[in-house]
Ligand binder design. Structure first.
Ligand code: FDA
Length: 304
C-alpha cells in the first residue's frame, strides 16, 4: 500500500496540468509546512530565523523541467536575484538549483550559459552554489556540467543519490578529484534497471558512499533525516577525526525539526534546505511520496 502511494505521488509530481493549476492558486494543502512562502522576502525572513538558531541554509527558488527558453532565462535571473538577496541581507545561505529549471532540457549550451551567469554572481559574493540531482535520465549530463564548471569555481557542489547502482563509482571518482558533494537517498521514481528497489540496499549504499567521501578533501554534506545514518556518520566523524569544515548535516525545511535542533545543540554543523517560490507543486508531491503519512497535512490544509 505504502509503495503504491509513493508511486502515485511521484507520478503526480510530473503532472504539468496540476503544476500549472498550483502555480495559479498559490501555496495550498499544507505545502507551507515545507515551503518558506512565495516571495524572496518571506524566504529571507525564514533564513534569518534559522541562522539565529545556528543553522546555515541553502535557498532554492523552486522550479524544474522548464521547456521554454524565456522561462529558463527568467529562472536563471531568479537564481541571481536570490544570491543578491542573500548577500544584501548578510545571511548565512548558499543557493541550490536544478539544471532543468535553467534550460537543461532545451539545450546544454543554454544551461551552461545560464549557469555561468549564476556562478559569476556567486563568485563576486563568495557564495556556494549547489546543483541538485534530478532523475536518472538527467544524471550524466548533470555530472558533466558540474565537472566542467567546478574546474573554475571551487564553491560548487552537486548531489549523488544512493538509490542508483552507478552512484558508488561516481562518488569514488568525485572524491578522487576533491569534489564537494551532498549525499542523498534519491527522490524520483526510477526503474529496477537503474536503481535499488529495496530500501535496505539504498541505505547500505548510502553508508558506503559516506565511507568513501567523508575522508576526501571535498565538503561532504550528509543530507538525510535517517537517524541510523546520522549515528553512523557521527561515529565515522569521531573515529576518522574529520574536521568541521569538511562536513555538514543537511535536512529539509519542516522535516524532523527536533532532530535538526538536536544536532545543532550537540555542536554539529547543520544546513537546512529551504525552498521558496510559486513552483512548489512537484517538490511538495515528492515530500508526500517520501512519507504518505504526510497526507494528513493535505487533508487538514483542504479544510483550512
Ligand atoms: P528516509 O526516507 O528513510 O526517512 C528517514 C526518516 O525521516 C523517516 O522515517 C521520517 O521520520 C523522516 N522523513 C523523511 N522524509 C520525510 C517527509 N517527506 N516528511 C516527513 N518526515 C520525513 N533528492 C534528490 O533526488 N535530489 C536532490 O538534489 C536532493 N536534495 C536534498 C537535499 C537535502 C538537504 C535533503 C535532506 C534531501 C534531499 N533530497 C534530494 C531528498 C532525498 O533524496 C530523500 O528523498 C529524502 O531526504 C528522504 O530520505 P531520508 O534520507 O530522510 O530517509
Amino acid at each position: 500500500m505504502e509503495e503504491a502511494l509513493r508511486s502515485f505521488f511521484l507520478q503526480l509530481a510530473k503532472n504539468k496540468g496540476m503544476n500549472d493549476w498550483a502555480r495559479r492558486y498559490g501555496l495550498r494543502f499544507g505545502a507551507n509546512r515545507f515551503v518558506a512562502g512565495e516571495t524572496i522576502e518571506s524566504a529571507i525572513a525564514t533564513v534569518r530565523a534559522l541562522n539565529e538558531n545556528n543553522m546555515a541554509v541553502t535557498l532554492d527558488h523552486l522550479g524544474e523541467f522548464v521547456a521554454d527558453e524565456q522561462e529558463a532565462r527568467a529562472s536563471a535571473d531568479f537564481c541571481v536575484r536570490t544570491l543578491e538577496a542573500i548577500h544584501e541581507a548578510g545571511v548565512n545561505s548558499s543557493l541550490s538549483l536544478k539544471l532543468t529549471q535553467i534550460g537543461m532540457d532545451i539545450s546544454e549550451e543554454l544551461c551552461l550559459e545560464n549557469m555561468r551567469q549564476i556562478i559569476a554572481c556567486a563568485k563576486s559574493r563568495g557564495l556556494w552554489v549547489n546543483i541538485d540531482m534530478e532523475d536518472f535520465e538527467r544524471c550524466q549530463m548533470t555530472l558533466d556540467i558540474f565537472t566542467s564548471l567546478a574546474a573554475s569555481y571551487d564553491k560548487l557542489q552537486t548531489v549523488i543519490q544512493s538509490y542508483l547502482y552507478r552512484s558508488l563509482d561516481d562518488v569514488r571518482a568525485l572524491a578522487e578529484r576533491g569534489a564537494s558533494i551532498r549525499l542523498v537517498k534519491g527522490a524520483y521514481k526510477e526503474p529496477a534497471s537503474v536503481a535499488f528497489p529495496d530500501k535496505a540496499d539504498v541505505d547500505a549504499n548510502y553508508l558506503k558512499m559516506l565511507d568513501v567521501h567523508l575522508p576526501s578533501p571535498g565538503l561532504t554534506s550528509i543530507a538525510t533525516h535517517d537517524e541510523r545514518i546520522i549515528s553512523y556518520a557521527k561515529e565515522q566523524i569521531a573515529q576518522k577525526g574529520i574536521a568541521k569544515a569538511q562536513y555538514e548535516f543537511q535536512m529539509l525545511y519542516g522535516i524532523r525539526n527536533n532532530l535538526q535542533q538536536q544536532l545543532v545543540d550537540e555542536g554539529y554543523p547543520v544546513r537546512i534546505y529551504v525552498p521558496y517560490g510559486d513552483d512548489w507543486y512537484g517538490y511538495f508531491m515528492r515530500r508526500l511520496a517520501e512519507r504518505p503519512a504526510n497526507v494528513s497535512f493535505v487533508m487538514r490544509g483542504m479544510f483550512q
